[in-house]
Unconditional design. Structure first.
Length: 566
């Protein structure tokens, strides 16, 4: 089964990022499904319902695919309605039996922002709110991934009947070449998936970040009622082409003014540093730290000998920021033969943090500050922080707009703050994003979501070979992570670029992965092992994509990488 063959994604670029899954209930979060999940109560209603017509011109019939069914796994399905102010029920959303999910050929004579799935209802109804699955632990988060269908089998082979409800979601968190000109539907659906993941507390964020997300949602709702700029204007194409050419010509230089590529740039400053250990009260110590190439070198003073040298290549870099407390921290988890060693760095200012965070991220990828993306990374971090700062005064008063915090803010913040305080905080944050148009607001929401430390990590409960207890396996676009089931602490990271072979032993239902440094084997407890194999193979497939406009989806290669059969 492929989405291209089913024609569900007609007019949506890069359908390989999507997949079908069964809608779950809260009961599914209470147990593991090592043999896979069968038909669920929300998948098949007792009384079949006729298919829904998506046509936007038939005003006397249904308004098409309705508001997101948020009862399933991470995010929302790819089914939203016109943003006409009406409230729809998530439980009625379904896929009809024909290929009219989206009839769009990509012709620029049709405005992408006029497509039905390019818009969302302003607010969900009560049924939508009550249907949201809210995982209470890392184990329950992992069980959200039990409902994915097998891409190697037809839907009929997986007990899917006519009029059954399935959810179409972005399974792989690797969104390639998002372009407002062509991807209005795709951008809106990613925006919806991000929004519901935050509201369902499937991913954590700070209080300042939550207010930024809510402010961007307010801006999306406001802009949905206003005419949008013409995204097909030829001048923008020329400007984009010139920008791409500039980046290409600059190559690996930081900027035009720095043309000496014989000198590797370095970053140096006095920073607070700590190697955290259990059962110790030792705090941060001040060091003179130099980041050169991909190595972090520590000195007691600028003129002393090096105390320590740390290779950042392949490490995990996590922000530890709290703007209200003036905290700008960086957490480094460096791989070694025993697992991961953790180091903490504390910066004294926002500017210092942006430079060091960007440099550490590049070093983790094996890149230096000579790479052309360094300045862009610094600016991206600074922009993200500046958007979280509350403005001196809101540009909209609470009486001018109807804001329901339950639709924009995760429950843990609502329990902490009073409703009026939340609304005021949202409007203060909105002053920083008030000038964004509809597409810019959605893309900013997506980028802020991607900047969260836990973004893009799909979890599974597993038992490693010779292991004595259950653990977590995290699968991201570029790595596998062994994690503690209770705390989520990283135990070991394996990068895909060190992977040689991965397969499934179907007799014992065990996934085996061969890396350059070691071999890993584990059994998946929270979902079928085929789901894990598809995630790994799917991300390998996505990493092979290029910007070739004539590139076609290689379905044979996709099934070869995700099928699990030699």
């Amino acid at each position: 089964m492929s989405l291209k063959q089913l024609d569900f994604c007609s007019g949506i670029r890069h359908p390989e990022e999507l997949s079908l899954c069964r809608p779950l209930t809260s009961e599914h979060l209470k147990r593991n499904y090592p043999r896979g999940l069968g038909c669920t109560p929300r998948q098949r209603s007792k009384e079949p319902t006729a298919g829904i017509n998506l046509s936007q011109n038939n005003n006397n019939k249904s308004d098409g695919f309705l508001t997101p069914d948020t009862s399933g796994s991470a995010g929302t399905p790819l089914n939203t309605s016109w943003n006409d102010g009406r409230n729809y029920s998530p439980s009625t959303a379904m896929f009809n039996g024909n290929s009219s999910f989206l009839n769009y050929s990509g012709d620029s004579s049709i405005s992408a922002t006029d497509l039905p799935l390019a818009h969302s209802p302003r607010t969900p109804n009560e049924e939508a709110r009550h249907g949201v699955l809210r995982p209470k632990s890392l184990t329950e988060r992992a069980r959200l991934n039990s409902g994915w269908l097998d891409s190697s089998l037809s839907i009929m082979e997986q007990d899917i009947r006519e009029f059954d409800t399935l959810l179409l979601r972005f399974k792989f968190y690797s969104f390639y070449d998002l372009n407002p000109k062509y991807d209005a539907v795709r951008i809106n659906q990613i925006y919806e998936q991000a929004k519901w993941a935050l509201l369902a507390e499937e991913i954590d964020c700070t209080e300042e970040e939550m207010m930024l997300f809510a402010a961007l949602q307010v801006q999306v709702n406001l802009q949905a009622n206003h005419p949008q700029p013409d995204i097909y204007h030829d001048d923008e194409d020329v400007e984009t082409a010139l920008t791409d050419l500039q980046v290409t010509l600059e190559g690996t230089l930081i900027s035009k003014g720095k043309s000496n590529i014989t000198n590797v740039p370095e970053l140096s400053d006095y920073l607070s540093f700590m190697k955290p250990k259990r059962f110790t009260l030792k705090g941060f110590k001040r060091y003179y730290i130099v980041l050169r190439d991909t190595y972090l070198n520590l000195y007691k003073s600028k003129d002393s000998e090096s105390n320590m040298s740390i290779s950042l290549k392949g490490c995990e870099v996590t922000p530890d920021v709290n703007l209200s407390h003036g905290k700008y921290g960086i957490r480094l988890e460096v791989p070694n033969h025993e697992g991961m060693t953790e180091y903490w760095i504390r910066c004294s200012s926002e500017e210092q943090y942006a430079k060091w965070m960007a440099a550490c991220r590049l070093a983790a990828k094996g890149k230096t500050m000579a790479d052309s993306s360094y300045e862009l990374e610094v600016k991206s971090i600074q922009d993200f922080l500046s958007m979280q700062k509350p403005a001196p005064a809101a540009v909209i008063s609470p009486s001018q707009i109807d804001i329901n915090p339950d639709d924009m803010v995760a429950p843990r913040f609502i329990r902490k703050l009073k409703s009026q305080k939340i609304i005021q905080r949202i409007l203060e944050a909105h002053a920083n994003v008030k000038d964004l148009n509809l597409m810019e607001a959605k893309l900013s929401y997506i980028k802020a979501w991607q900047a969260l430390p836990e973004f893009g990590m799909s979890l599974f409960v597993v038992r490693f070979d010779n292991g004595r207890r259950d653990e977590l396996l995290g699968i991201a676009f570029n790595r596998l992570m062994r994690m503690d089931l209770s705390t989520g602490d990283h135990i070991k990271t394996w990068r895909y670029n060190t992977m040689k072979v991965w397969n499934v032993n179907w007799e014992v239902r065990q996934v085996r992965v061969q890396f350059e440094e070691e071999n890993v084997a584990f059994s998946c407890l929270s979902a079928d092992c085929k789901v894990v194999h598809e995630f790994i193979g799917g991300y390998i497939f996505l990493s092979m994509r290029s910007k070739d406009q004539n590139q076609t989806l290689n379905e044979d290669l996709f099934h070869k990488l995700t099928g699990g059969w030699v």
